[in-house]
Design a binder for this molecule. Structure first.
Ligand SMILES: Cc1cc2nc3c(=O)[nH]c(=O)nc-3n(C[C@H](O)[C@H](O)[C@H](O)COP(=O)(O)OP(=O)(O)OC[C@H]3O[C@@H](n4cnc5c(N)ncnc54)[C@H](O)[C@@H]3O)c2cc1C
Length: 477
């Protein structure tokens, strides 16, 4: 097991994509195998030494940034163990890059549907945050793909769990299942709860607070025969919204939205973005070969019905062209990160999803609130799942403080419309105050009790999801 202590060489582990400052740890621990990891965690538990788990470090919520203790990095758990066409599943270690995993599956003619925009995330990170992405419109979030997990619990116990398992580890520790209700939308806010909760679901979306995942078995699908994808530009943003509403009834793979400010960022990358576009939709559609003509014809009619010009519509039929469209789409978060690096200020963003019937109300609220505030912003994301990312780009401290208030206003509105405060990026360290808006104090204390049952000394993922005062409330219960 490698232990790195030289602060200069380990400072990269104190950052992620949140731009949260002040991270620090004594050392980085890099175990070679699960036995080493288990021994280390047993000792840390005895010594009450805090551990922050590190995957690819692409979190936008500061969840892999340590504030004390040590970092355990899974970078040596980087083997794909088996890809089975019979079982339509693959077994891989948690430090494998999602991109490498997808490529290895596709070489065997299989498709791993989890498709977060960021390509350098690890499988373990995406399971731990229940990541999703554009294609979760059709395939659901990472949770849907997870069949089995192998992990080390905060006591050091090596533990495997399969989907369908309703008893955890005999009767010890007893896990108090949550009673709070999660909204019926795409959701990555706090621990999963639901009727007849499957215990494996507690460990998906736990943000490194309940276990260290070392291996997973993940479901695969058959490779799509062909993907037709298209960028459709609209002169009125509301036409883009109504197009998306109709597209949601289709069998699309993904349906993504870009507001006028997101399009401005894209124009810097491609001169051909129509100058008068006020909104755009990117969608992907699987084709089987036999159905090509009627499906494409159907899309062309939908485009015309929502007042977009076919002259201003881009289409791709080959895998290379679709990849270029995807790269073009990825340029937005990259452009936002460039702005953050330039200004040195943190980007503030929300990750709200609401039930479909309330989406237009939320979209109108975004437009009114963001236009009135005068702070640079861009809205884009997964409109197919009624889930948009609002990004605020403050230029100074005053704008930063106002942006925080605006985010809270949007959060309260989203929750009042039956939504979630985080549909895919999780809570981490930067969104903890939102969780209480959604579940109330009692709900968050219930979550903390689940953690206490598995992590009696509070060593894992400290500061993620729960503020310290909530932990002490669970302690005194
Ligand atoms: C440009 C950009 C685009 C993005 N697009 C998307 C998107 O489309 N969809 C989406 O869902 N997210 C997106 N994200 C956010 C991010 O990529 C995801 O949250 C991703 O799942 C994080 O994976 P990671 O390996 O980088 O994890 P890290 O950042 O290293 O860690 C994230 C959390 O997981 C925990 N963790 C990591 N590995 C393990 C493990 N093995 N066991 C237990 N806990 C672990 C960490 O402790 C931490 O709490 C984007 C980020 C960026 C910067």
């Amino acid at each position: 097991m490698l232990i790195k202590r030289d602060q200069n060489s380990i400072k990269g582990y104190f950052e992620d994509s949140s731009n949260l400052k002040g991270g620090h740890a004594d050392s980085i621990v890099i175990p070679e195998n699960i036995e080493e990891l288990s021994e280390f965690v047993k000792k840390a538990n005895r010594d009450k030494l805090p551990i922050t788990v590190s995957g690819g470090g692409t979190s936008t919520t500061g969840s892999r940034i340590p504030f004390g203790g040590v970092v355990v990095s899974l970078e040596k758990f980087n083997k794909i163990i088996d890809i089975s066409t019979d079982r339509m599943s693959a077994v891989a270690q948690s430090g494998v890059l999602v991109e490498d995993f997808k490529n290895a599956c596709s070489e065997k003619g299989l498709f791993y549907a989890s498709h977060p925009t960021e390509r350098s995330a690890f499988l373990g990170g995406t399971i731990s945050t229940n990541a999703s992405g554009a294609r979760s419109f059709k395939y659901g979030p990472t949770r849907k793909q997870v069949k089995r997990l192998k992990m080390v619990l905060p006591t050091g116990l090596i533990f495997e769990i399969e989907r369908g398992q309703t008893i955890l580890i005999g009767k010890d520790p007893v896990i108090p299942l949550p009673t709070y209700k999660i909204p019926d939308v795409k959701n990555s806010a706090g621990y999963f709860a639901g009727e007849g909760t499957d215990y494996i679901d507690l460990f998906i979306g736990q943000e490194g607070t309940l276990s260290i995942i070392t291996e997973a078995e993940l479901s695969l699908s058959g490779m799509p025969y062909k993907i037709f994808s298209s960028f459709v530009f609209f002169k009125d943003m509301r036409d883009a919204w109504s197009f998306a509403a109709e597209a949601r009834r289709s069998s699309a793979l993904s349906i993504e939205y870009f507001d006028v400010n997101a399009l401005r960022l894209l124009k810097a990358k491609n001169d051909n973005v129509p100058p008068d576009a006020k909104g755009a939709i990117f969608f992907e559609q699987e084709l089987t070969g036999r159905d090509e003509e009627p499906i494409i014809d159907g899309w062309l009619k939908t485009i015309a019905r929502h007042n977009a010009s076919l002259d201003d519509t881009w289409a791709a039929m080959t895998a290379d062209e679709t990849e270029k469209f995807n790269q073009f789409r990825y340029a937005i978060p990259e452009a936002l990160n460039d702005i953050v690096r330039r200004t040195g200020m943190r980007r503030l963003s929300t990750d709200i999803a609401v039930p479909e019937k309330n989406l237009t109300e939320l979209m109108n609220f975004y437009v009114d609130t963001l236009t009135a505030c005068g702070i640079d912003h861009a809205v884009f994301g997964h409109i197919g799942e009624c889930h948009l990312h609002v990004n605020l780009l403050p230029k100074n401290e005053m704008e930063h403080r106002r942006s925080k208030d605006i985010c809270m206003t949007l959060i309260k509105k989203g929750v009042s419309l039956g939504g979630t405060v985080s549909a895919e990026h999780g809570i981490g360290k930067t969104r903890r105050e939102y969780l209480e808006v959604m579940y109330g104090r009692q709900g968050v204390v219930e979550m903390a009790r689940i953690k206490k049952a598995l992590d009696p000394n509070w060593i894992l993922g400290l500061d993620n999801i729960f503020p310290k005062e909530i932990l002490s409330m669970a302690d005194s219960a």
